[in-house]
Design a protein. Structure first.
Length: 368
């Protein structure tokens, strides 16, 4: 009986152990790992382009595209008689002023900034109104001699005054052998601009600009204009031109002088996006013993009527100027800012009452 119990216990133990072993040998299900998803980083957004506006034309450039905008402006007194034509690089200037001089003639006072040609000329002597014109633009003012009071006024502006004497130790100035003196003096503009790049700031903005000028938005259509000075006639006809800051032909005013197209050196006719005719009273108190009265446009702390022509349209407004260092401002008859078309500008300073403006309208059009 005892042997039976032991056998039974042994059998039970054996079965128990066998059962445990069988259970342990069954495969254990394992979870399949989920695939690891790597999220790609979102691309960095493209930076917004930064534009820089040329202060004297309103033309926009990508930052770093036009390095001339980081340099000072260069102004120069340029001859405008038949002996001095063709002049160099007039279509590269941002603004050009036509000013009265003695015996009813005119001279030009261009300001170059957003485009700087290699050479400019012919350079002539300074006149009494020049200091008040160039003062707001800072930079370098170029002329060849002149009366002591006129040179002193230019010096008081604080601009760099440059002529053959100041640059006698470099080759900035040169005489053109194919022309007679005094119409043969020229200068290397880019060299001069770089020479004084650290001494003068960039010019401040003067006129206001817009892609749709005030003349187009509020004015009337005009086909042309002419200014009759005592000894010279300046005319502008509506046409087209290739401007350096844009592609293709653009609406433009094409200049003629004394009945002949005004052609610059190289063969291109002088062209402008804007023509501003300022009615200005002139002071005749300075008398030269040889040439008589030398007119001076009375700009400082003054105002008057301005006739503005942009993109084939005309509007009458006003001009005003404070001190010598203040820029000339344009306004509509109601006192709002008068905006020019984006691009270059010619300013005809018409002395009243000795000069006369004539506007050419399309047939059957009445102003207003």
């Amino acid at each position: 009986m005892r042997a039976l119990k032991i056998s039974s216990l042994f059998l039970i133990a054996t079965l128990t152990i066998s059962g445990c072993t069988a259970a342990e040998e069954e495969p254990v299900a394992t979870a399949t790992p989920s695939p690891v998803v790597t999220q790609e980083p979102e691309p960095e957004p493209e930076p917004e382009p930064i534009y820089v506006t040329a202060p004297l034309t309103g033309v926009e450039y990508l930052e770093g595209e036009n390095l001339f905008l980081e340099l000072p402006a260069v102004s120069a007194k340029i001859d405008n008689t038949s002996a001095g034509r063709p002049q160099l690089a007039l279509n590269d200037a941002d603004i050009i002023y036509v000013t009265r001089v003695e015996v009813g003639l005119t001279r030009l006072l261009p300001v170059w900034h957003s485009r700087m040609p290699e050479a400019i000329g012919p350079v002539r002597s300074v006149r009494p109104v020049d200091a008040s014109i160039v003062d707001p633009f800072h930079g370098v003012f170029v002329y060849s001699g002149g009366q002591v009071p006129f040179k002193s006024a230019a010096t008081r502006t604080g601009l760099v005054i440059s002529d053959e004497d100041t640059e006698m130790n470099n080759d900035t100035y040169f005489r053109e052998s194919t022309r007679k003196a005094p119409w043969n003096l020229f200068f290397r503009a880019q060299s001069l601009q770089e020479l004084y790049s650290e001494e003068q700031p960039v010019p401040q903005a003067g006129f206001a600009f817009d892609l749709i000028s005030t003349a187009v938005g509020e004015g009337v259509v005009a086909n042309g204009l002419s200014v009759n000075y005592p000894q010279m006639k300046s005319a502008w006809d509506l046409g087209t031109a290739n401007f350096p800051w844009t592609m293709g032909l653009q609406t433009a005013w094409l200049r003629s002088q004394d009945g002949t197209p005004h052609i610059q050196f190289g063969g291109d006719q002088v062209a402008a996006k804007n023509v501003v005719v300022m009615e200005v009273v002139h002071d005749l108190s300075f008398v030269d013993p040889k040439y008589g009265a030398i007119p001076k446009a009375k700009l400082e702390n003054n105002e008057g009527i301005a006739h503005v022509f942009s993109d084939g349209y005309y509007i009458e407004g006003t001009w005003s100027k404070g001190s010598s260092e203040d820029p000339i401002k344009l306004a509509t008859s109601s006192g709002q800012e008068l905006k020019l078309a984006v691009g270059n500008t010619w300013v005809e300073m018409m002395d009243i009452p000795k000069s006369k403006l004539t506007i050419e309208y399309p047939e059957a059009q009445t102003e207003g």
